[in-house]
Design a protein around this ligand. Structure first.
Ligand SMILES: Nc1ncnc2c1ncn2[C@@H]1O[C@H](COP(=O)(O)OP(=O)(O)O)[C@@H](O)[C@H]1O
Ligand SMILES: [Mg+2]
Length: 347
């Protein structure tokens, strides 16, 4: 009969593909029980949104099946999201394990759309997620997730609203949506920090932040005031060169914020009738630029009217059309991002 040691030996042949080490070395194998012909155990994953969990499961089952006398296996995944490392001079938000930002140099490239679908995708995978709309000039997260304020308060903290399994906070909940917001530098600084810190986020695995565009005070305030696990850069095929206008990449590198990867949004048009994809702008620039800048390419999200309609209706595409190819691309993006965060936190 196989012993617990035999099981551990078999499990040490199973690699965590992204982290590049075996599950036993990584300390991920827990609660091994051998009873007659059955082995049961738990594998601690670094995120419920693990992009390769099907492969890891198949590899575990294969390894265990090779043990003599074992005919029955029960492998269960339990998530244990690793928190970002502490950064000197940057105060973490208590209870929030990782803060990740979504950024683009320009407005209108789909930053909020990506942030909304990314946050909801992580929640669909079982993560505890918040979404902070730091774009005080154009707060459209409330509209995109179908939530409206004002938020309630308790013990001097604001209670985030909740939609599609994600906790939300936005300046848009506090102000009349028809009133344009005019902010001066110091006000921006104060308002974003205050709203972020005075929200009662509770326990979160990931807090996604929709950053304002540009390289001015508004994004800088946030980037400099909280420890970021990393940033997702959004570009469109026709704006790839702007990225190289190096503004975005250079700003994050200078501020020591890890860049989790680059996503090319509005990449080609998918006809809603015939599903044929037409490249409106030259495609593939994002992937090339990512390679040139040594960044992870997080995928290309086509221009799909359903994505815009989902945003207008407050039902992100990943919820509204769970089986569409664009949803698959967005869910994959979220998993790769979660995987990149785990890798960065384990270093
Ligand atoms: N892949 C896409 N396909 C279709 N429409 C999109 C896509 N991405 C974004 N949009 C739409 O483009 C507009 C701008 O997107 P938004 O996320 O608000 O950009 P940003 O936050 O960068 O200003 C919105 O109307 C949004 O619904
Ligand atoms: Mg936006």
């Amino acid at each position: 009969m196989a012993s617990v040691d035999d099981v551990m030996k078999a499990m040490s042949t199973v690699m965590e593909p992204e982290l590049g080490r075996d599950l036993v070395t990584l300390g991920m194998v827990k609660d091994v029980v051998v009873a007659g012909n059955k082995v049961s155990l738990k594998v601690e994953l670094t995120t419920p949104a693990c992009p390769l969990k099907d492969k890891i499961m198949a590899d575990c089952e294969r390894a265990l099946a090779s043990l003599p006398g074992i005919t029955d296996t029960e492998v269960r995944f339990i998530p244990r999201v690793i928190a970002a490392k502490t950064v000197p001079d940057k105060e973490a938000i208590p209870g929030v394990k990782n803060i990740l930002a979504v950024y683009a140099c320009k407005g209108g490239v789909g930053k909020s759309t990506i942030a909304a679908n990314l946050a909801v995708s992580l929640a669909l995978d079982g993560c505890r997620v918040g979404l902070f709309d730091a774009d005080i000039y154009g707060p459209n997260i409330p509209l995109m997730l179908g939530a409206s304020g004002p938020p309630a308060a308790r013990d001097n903290k604001l209670i985030p609203l909740e939609a599609h399994g994600v906790k939300l906070m936005s300046m848009g909940f506090l102000a009349d949506e028809n009133t344009p917001m005019i902010w001066r530098g110091p006000m921006v600084h104060g308002a974003i920090r205050q709203l972020l810190r005075e929200t009662d986020w509770g326990e979160l695995d990931y807090l996604v932040v929709d950053l304002p565009p540009g390289t001015g005070d508004a994004p800088l305030t946030l980037i400099q005031s909280v420890p970021l696990s990393g940033v997702v850069l959004v570009t469109t095929p026709q704006d790839v060169a702007l990225l190289d206008g190096v503004k975005g990449i250079r700003m994050f590198r200078k501020l020591n914020v890890p860049i989790l990867g680059l996503v090319e949004n509005m990449s080609g048009f998918v006809c809603p009738n015939c599903h044929h994809e037409t490249a409106i702008f030259t495609k593939g620039g994002g992937e090339k630029e990512a390679a040139r800048q040594k960044l992870t390419f997080l995928g290309a999200i086509p221009l799909d009217p359903a994505i815009a309609q989902g945003g207008d209706k407050g039902v992100p595409l990943v919820v509204g059309q769970p089986n569409s190819p664009q949803t698959k691309a967005l869910r994959w993006l979220a998993q790769i991002v979660a995987g990149q965060i785990s890798i960065a936190n384990m270093k």
